[in-house]
Design a binder for this molecule. Structure first.
Ligand SMILES: *[C@@H]1O[C@H](CO)[C@@H](O)[C@H](O)[C@H]1NC(C)=O
Ligand SMILES: *[C@@H]1O[C@H](CO)[C@@H](O)[C@H](O)[C@H]1NC(C)=O
Ligand SMILES: *[C@@H]1O[C@H](CO)[C@@H](O)[C@H](O)[C@H]1NC(C)=O
Length: 320
């Protein structure tokens, strides 16, 4: 439907790269909805050009320059700058319904059915399940709601300093009023869940629809070697390598060519390594039981035996 859209937000070039991959992933899974990206004033011209290529609408949001209620709210609560930028999505009143997605999410399946849900639908936050997560939510743009949200913000602030606190305060009956507004966890499968509840992942993981790359290390924080399909960087921690590699495959295969197309052969800040000859990396030999134990502890051998192809094969086998 032409009056429904997926909406994301990029405040700088790093998040813009996330938005590019998210937009591509939505298109590759054949969404019938429009794609809108809100950008901050710090996003470069190069990034804007590529976002224009992927998104139907690229809208500059500069709350400091808006001269409206948002500006006034910002003067009172300068600490909530990014939050005000995100709340701007309610002003997209040429759409009747939208789904907001953070730029560090990746769609791994068509999720247009989310538009059957009402405002405000969102997934529970695993840290405090009576709160919803503001990384993926269904909303209805409205000047009236927007005005009330700004008013709420200036009066009450945010209990967590960000948009999640504001939205949970404003839509405070979410936990109890209507269970159809609770999105299943598959719409926000954090890569962490794979390690913390492996049995559930085996049972339900094949249904994953949205992966959210949480924490400090974002997909774009790594360096990637496209010919070997391997990542460089501090891999310890929680990220699941198969989804991370899926993000990079999309980025290097479909976004980097766009970055190069407009700006000669100098892909700006692509994060991809120059092609290097296959390294003579010696595989450490480990038993399958040892390997499984390490994997469950979050210590996969990302570069070698647990690299993308192998993990993908394994996942395909036990998820089918
Ligand atoms: C980009 O924006 C995000 C979200 O607003 C912020 O958390 C991050 O620190 C910014 N990164 C840079 C490199 O400025
Ligand atoms: C998804 O869940 C994580 C915790 O696993 C939470 O911190 C995050 O904010 C959630 N994001 C979305 C997209 O709802
Ligand atoms: C909401 O406000 C904007 C800006 O004032 C205006 O252009 C738009 O038509 C309004 N939308 C509705 C549905 O009233």
């Amino acid at each position: 439907m032409a009056d429904q859209a997926f909406v994301t937000l990029a405040t700088n070039d790093s998040y813009a790269r996330g938005a590019m991959v998210l937009g591509k992933s939505l298109k590759n899974h054949k969404t019938s909805k429009k794609l809108v990206v809100l950008i901050g004033p710090h996003v470069s011209d190069q990034s804007r050009a590529v976002l224009h290529n992927i998104y139907d609408e690229v809208r500059l949001v500069d709350v400091l320059d808006s001269g409206d209620a948002a500006h006034l709210a910002m003067m009172k609560r300068p600490d909530l700058g990014v939050t005000f930028t995100k709340l701007h999505c309610w002003t997209l009143t040429h759409y009747s319904k939208c789904v907001f997605m953070d730029a560090d999410t990746l769609v791994v399946s068509n999720i247009d059915e989310l538009f059957d849900r009402e405002e405000l639908s969102a997934a529970p936050d695993p840290g405090w399940p009576d709160c919803f997560n503001s990384g993926v939510f269904v909303f209805c743009p409205s000047n009236e709601t927007y005005g009330k949200l700004l008013q709420y913000c200036t009066q009450h602030g945010s209990f967590d300093g960000g948009d999640q606190g504001v939205l949970n305060g404003f839509f405070s009956d979410w936990a109890t009023a209507d269970i159809t507004k609770h999105l299943p966890f598959i719409y926000n499968m954090s890569s962490i869940a794979i390690y913390t509840y492996l049995p559930a992942f085996k049972q339900y993981g094949a249904n994953a629809k949205v992966v959210h790359f949480l924490g400090q290390m974002k997909p774009w924080s790594y360096t990637y070697n496209p010919s070997q399909r391997r990542l460089k960087g501090d891999m310890q921690g929680s990220l699941d390598p198969s989804f991370l590699l899926e993000w990079w495959a999309l980025y290097s295969g479909e976004v980097v060519p766009l970055l190069m197309g407009d700006y000669g052969d100098q892909p700006f800040y692509s994060g991809c390594e120059e092609d290097v000859a296959e390294s003579t990396h010696v595989q450490p030999i480990m038993s399958s039981a040892e390997r499984k134990q390490k994997w469950e502890q979050g210590q996969a051998d990302y570069m070698g035996i647990d690299s993308f192809d192998n993990i993908q094969k394994k996942l395909d086998v036990f998820l089918k």
